[in-house]
Design a protein around this ligand. Structure first.
Ligand SMILES: C[S@@+](CC[C@H](N)C(=O)[O-])C[C@H]1O[C@@H](n2cnc3c(N)ncnc32)[C@H](O)[C@@H]1O
Length: 259
């Protein structure tokens, strides 16, 4: 949604706060195993991510801004690990390029079903392809913007370089990769501080200490974070000439890699 306020254009993101409240880890049996993006998670996802990721609303709003600036005419924008389509929606709301296509990919069918519903209002005016598949399997081509918003952390560390090389190869000169991740810090004191502040953020957003600790355990083998330095070096090895950190809030960062 773009609101004109005097001479300033404000990009406001429109997360569906009517979605069911996330209380999965209040009632969940703590021995239920690893976190999965199944129907239960998908049904509360918008509430979960906006209460769990510090700065999420800002990141999504800036994805919209970047889409308006960087998506080129006659090219593709890929949203990889699109979930329910929150970032894709911000792209479509801010798209200026002519004859461009959005390809939103997620391996969870429960997620792509909700993504289809969320993006259906844009389908008259835009070419939108919502794909249920592993992002390591899909072809990337003619891309002027690729979004990996909190997704790479769920890809096996061994496969990350190969995926980024494929993305780089499929991108147009002047294209951008937006990579947001939860990160760890080499300095143990900083790691403890940033993690502690992140947990305070979650508590202020209504999660109990028990829910925070249960989710942390469930994510332990599933979300494998890297340091900012590891990300930047890997992007360089993938071919990206320049990478800038444009956002950080506690242990969440967003990087902009340019081809
Ligand atoms: C934290 S969510 C991403 C949030 C989303 N990008 C956004 O901006 O709101 C991670 C998503 O990545 C998806 N995912 C994880 N591994 C995947 C893979 N190998 N291929 C495709 N999607 C994957 C999950 O199903 C989940 O929906």
């Amino acid at each position: 949604m773009l609101i004109k306020a005097g001479r300033i254009n404000l990009i406001i993101i429109d997360i569906d706060y009517r979605m069911k409240r996330d209380d999965i880890f209040l009632s969940k049996d703590p021995n239920m195993g690893d976190f999965v993006f199944d129907e239960t998670v998908a049904s509360v996802f918008d509430d979960m991510i906006s209460r769990s990721v510090p700065g999420y609303a800002s990141i999504v709003a800036m994805i919209g801004l970047l889409a308006g600036k960087y998506i080129q005419d006659n090219t593709n924008c890929y949203d990889l690990g699109a979930s329910t389509g929150i970032a894709s929606k911000a792209v479509l709301e801010n798209l200026k390029a002519k004859n461009s296509s959005l390809i939103a990919v997620d391996s969870s069918k429960a997620m792509t079903e909700l993504c289809k519903a969320k993006l259906s209002v844009f389908s008259d005016k835009n070419v939108i392809n919502i794909v249920t598949d592993d992002i390591c399997n899909i072809h990337i081509g003619n891309a002027s913007m690729v979004i990996l918003n909190l997704t790479l952390q769920f890809i096996s560390p061994d496969s990350r370089l190969k995926l980024l090389k494929k993305i780089y190869k499929g991108m147009k000169p002047g294209g951008i990769l937006l990579l947001s991740e939860k990160v760890k810090f080499k300095d143990k004191n900083e790691d403890m501080l940033q993690t502690e502040l992140y947990h305070v953020f979650k508590e202020l957003n209504g999660y109990s200490k028990l829910e925070i600790s249960r989710k942390r355990t469930a994510l332990e083998n599933v979300l494998v974070s890297d340091t900012i330095d590891t990300h930047i070096k890997r992007l360089k090895r993938s071919g990206f000439k320049k990478t800038y950190k444009w956002f950080q809030c506690f242990n969440f960062v967003s990087l902009l890699a340019m081809k």
